[in-house]
Design a protein around this ligand. Structure first.
Ligand code: C2E
Ligand code: MG
Ligand code: MG
Length: 768
């Protein structure tokens, strides 16, 4: 505005002699008024920082610049033709100056610049044209070209200015963002930033870094990074981590997660260092910037996981993984003469019972005690492991002889099979053991462990608290079991099963009372397999459920259609009886065949009472409710017979073949049979002796009061057709004669028990 007013004064002075002073004064006054408005607005806003400008004020500035330019243009248009040539020259210089200066000054407001240049140029051009001078026409064209150049230059200057402004604003925004993130990182992250110069001195020490390095807040860190770390490192500058850090810094290359162990008071911690070199424009390293992270927690977790991967957390013994690793080493470390080792597999005999009756915490303590006993007995070089549950294993490395192993194993078993004092009570502990020798009993880990396990099973079969060494036949037996198991899965589908029948005959009248159905299996390649071989496999695999249901149904169908009126007995395994579907199976068999339940007898063994007596009794009562007869098979070989005889009313008691076999040779067998018969008679049960092969046995049984017999003496188990033939030709009087009795025993046979019997006594008098 000052320049405007000054130029206007100059303008008026130069032309005042050639123009009317009234108009000139009016022009000056107008210009001064317009400038005055602007000046007063500036005066009012002076000192206040302008943060933003509205779109409207931009527009207003453009209008204002246009108005001011127009005032000058009008003056040029009016006075150029009027004044003398020198004055014209002065006006032209002032006009051009105003045009250029205004155009450039106003570049930050491009519209105002354009409006100013346009109005002023228009006025000047019209003024030149009004002179009518031909040279001035050329000047007019030149003037328009200048104006155009000024306009374009102002435009490009304006967009450069705008771009600059925007870039500045973006940089500022980013700057704010970075400092925000940095602050957040410093406050919340577990990582701490550091920066050092070329010589290793810290260039920026944040509060967190000071805390981490243990420097009191606000205090300068006089030493560099390396010397601070050296003081914290337990082994000084020579620790592995420090040496690695030194090497990394010398290489001028970024590095990650360098691990350093440091002291923190009495405790020790782990730091991980990551850094990048700071490089200047000429590619020289000027320092380092990086982070220190406290990774103690991760290290501890890592160490704990590594421990858990190799040790059993309850007992602290090695686990299966570690045992397998050591076993691999033992298998690989063969030399000349071959180094021998022994693999011992152990299993507690009564652990399930301890857990069930005394609780799991007592169970845990038993496992810990066993672990302690094992460790106390073994050498440091041996591996003592817990494989899971109550399974333990010992790898005895480098043993001299098999005898040494056996002697040591016996001692180990002795130590293990001693009751322990746990939580104030005495707990009986028992263990069995299987041994496999390396390399004799296997070339691979699985072979060795499998064979030691087979030996362990054999030890358990032969009674508890025993130790067995693997032998090749155990492996063969196992292979046979596996092939039987596989064949058994297909047997039912392929129709390989059949039933044989063995008649049961009353001792007194020598009548056929019934027949027992016995399962037979003929396999195309394995041949005829005895039930004693495949029934346990069927029970173990659960296949007994389907097989048993088939037997029940077949037996009932045969009885109804081929053996009318004859009572039949069907054997039922414990596993089968305990199943939920069992009663349904029996009912279905009866319904489909139409057999009267009275004619069906189910034979069970005492083993059903071992695991779950309550369910067993429940199912037996269910059977009874159906009207089915129930027999207790193999009586006398089981565990707890007498108690159950009182709790369940069996219809029949089958005396086991073992007693019958010894009747003629052992006094006690005879006494036992007599007692069983008396007891059964008192309880109102029919007694059936199994496996009667000789007439003399029959005679003793008759004298003892036994109700019925089964055995080769009467008939072998027979196919249905053969049984028919036997029944057709049955001779009631054909009871075999006693034959010759052993002399020494004959006197004993005369002792006929004097107990009242409910079953018919034999009619013939007792011999001798
Ligand atoms: P078990 O029920 O005690 O059957 C008697 C076993 O003694 C039968 O053996 C029979 O052939 C045999 N035997 C009969 N009389 C004599 C004899 O005078 N002398 C000798 N030495 N043996 C005789 P088998 O058929 O081999 O059956 C063995 C066991 O298999 C049966 O004993 C029974 O417990 C089981 N079993 C048989 N069939 C089935 C079945 O269908 N289901 C179930 N769960 N078990 C069955
Ligand atoms: Mg039987
Ligand atoms: Mg039997």
């Amino acid at each position: 505005m000052g320049a405007n007013l000054f130029n206007a004064a100059l303008f008026a002075l130069m032309i005042r002699s050639s123009v009317q002073s009234g108009w000139l004064l009016l022009w000056m006054a107008t210009l001064a008024a317009v400038c005055g408005v602007s000046l007063s607005a500036w005066w009012q806003r002076r000192g206040k920082a302008v943060e933003s400008v509205s779109e409207r004020s931009f527009e207003r500035s453009a209008w204002y610049a246009g108005l001011l330019g127009a005032i000058w243009g009008i003056a040029l248009m009016a006075y150029l033709p009027e004044v003398k040539p020198q004055q014209q020259l002065a006006l032209a210089v002032v006009g051009c100056g105003m045009m250029c200066a205004g155009g450039v000054t106003l570049v930050t407001v491009p519209k105002a610049s354009e409006a100013w240049v346009f109005t002023l140029t228009l006025g000047a051009a019209l003024g030149l044209l009004r002179t009518g001078e031909p040279t001035y026409m050329v000047l007019t064209v030149l003037l328009l070209v200048y104006a155009l150049v000024i306009g374009v230059a102002a435009q490009s200057a304006a967009s450069a200015f705008n771009a600059g402004l925007l870039a500045e604003r973006e940089a500022e925004r980013q700057g704010q963002m970075v400092s925000l993130l940095l602050r957040d990182f410093e406050e919340h992250s577990t990582d701490v930033l550091w920066e050092i110069d070329r010589r290793g001195a810290f260039t920026h020490v944040s509060k967190r870094l000071a805390q981490l390095l243990g420097t009191p807040e606000g205090e300068e860190l006089p030493q560099g990074l390396m010397s601070v770390l050296k003081h914290r490192s337990p082994e000084g500058a020579q620790s592995e981590g420090m040496l690695a850090l030194k090497r990394a810094l010398l290489q001028d290359k970024p590095f990650r997660d360098l691990l350093l162990s440091v002291k923190a008071g009495d405790a020790s911690r782990w730091w991980s260092i990551t850094a990048k070199p700071l490089v200047n424009d000429s590619g020289l390293t000027t320092g380092w910037r990086g982070v220190i992270s406290d990774v103690t927690q991760q290290r501890l977790t890592h160490q704990r996981l590594a421990y858990l991967a190799h040790y059993d957390s309850l007992t602290g013994l090695a686990n299966r993984v570690q045992l397998r690793e050591r076993l691999t080493q033992a298998l690989e470390a063969r030399g000349t003469p071959p180094r021998r080792s022994a693999m011992l597999c152990l299993d507690l005999d009564n652990f399930k019972m301890i857990n069930d009756s005394l609780g799991h915490s007592v169970g845990d303590d038993v496992l810990k005690l066993v672990a302690q006993r094992l460790q106390a007995m073994m050498r440091r070089s041996d591996v003592v492991a817990r494989l899971g549950g109550d399974e333990f294993a010992v790898l005895m490395d480098d043993v001299r002889s098999d005898e040494e192993v056996v002697v040591l194993s016996q001692r180990l078993l002795q130590a293990l099979n001693q009751s322990g004092e746990i939580r104030g009570r005495t707990v009986a502990i028992g263990a069995s053991m299987g041994i496999a020798m390396i390399p004799d009993h296997g070339q691979t880990i699985d072979e060795i462990l499998g064979n030691a396990d087979l030996a362990l099973y054999a030890a358990k079969e032969h009674g508890r608290a025993r130790c067995e060494v693997f032998a090749p036949w155990l492996g063969e037996r196992n292979r046979r079991l596996l092939s039987v198991e596989q064949a058994l899965r297909e047997a039912l589908k392929r129709g390989e099963f059949s039933l044989h029948w063995q008649p049961r005959v009353s001792v007194a009248k020598w009548e056929v009372l019934g027949a027992e159905a016995l399962l037979r299996w003929r396999h195309p390649t394995l041949g005829e397999l005895p039930p004693s071989e495949f029934i346990p496999v069927a029970e173990k695999t659960g296949l007994i459920a389907d097989i048993g249901a088939w037997v029940l149904e077949q037996a009932c169908l045969h009885a109804r259609h081929s053996l009318p009126g004859l009572a039949i007995s069907v054997n039922v395994s414990a596993v089968q009886l305990m199943r939920d579907h069992f009663l349904g199976d029996v009912e279905r068999a009866l319904m489909r065949s139409g057999l009267s339940p009275k004619l069906l007898e189910v034979e069970i063994t005492e083993s059903i009472f071992v695991d779950d007596p309550a369910t067993a009794l429940n199912n037996l009562h269910g059977l009874k409710a159906l009207g089915v007869q129930i027999a207790l098979d193999d009586f006398g070989t089981g565990y707890s017979s007498l108690a159950y005889l009182r709790r369940f009313p069996f219809d029949t008691l089958k005396i086991d073949r073992a007693f019958v076999r010894e009747l003629l040779t052992h006094h006690d067998a005879r006494a036992i049979v007599r007692t069983i018969v008396d007891m059964a008679n008192t309880l109102g049960m029919l007694t059936v002796a199994e496996g009667v092969e000789e007439p003399a046995q029959l005679e003793v049984l008759r004298l003892a009061g036994c109700g019925a017999v089964q055995g080769y003496l009467v008939a072998h188990p027979l196919p249905l057709v053969a049984l028919h033939r036997v029944l057709e030709h049955w001779d009631h009087a054909g009871r075999p004669e006693p034959g010759e009795m052993p002399l020494s025993e004959s006197s004993a046979l005369s002792e006929v028990p004097k107990i009242e019997r409910r079953y018919p006594r034999p009619a013939s008098p007792s011999p001798g």
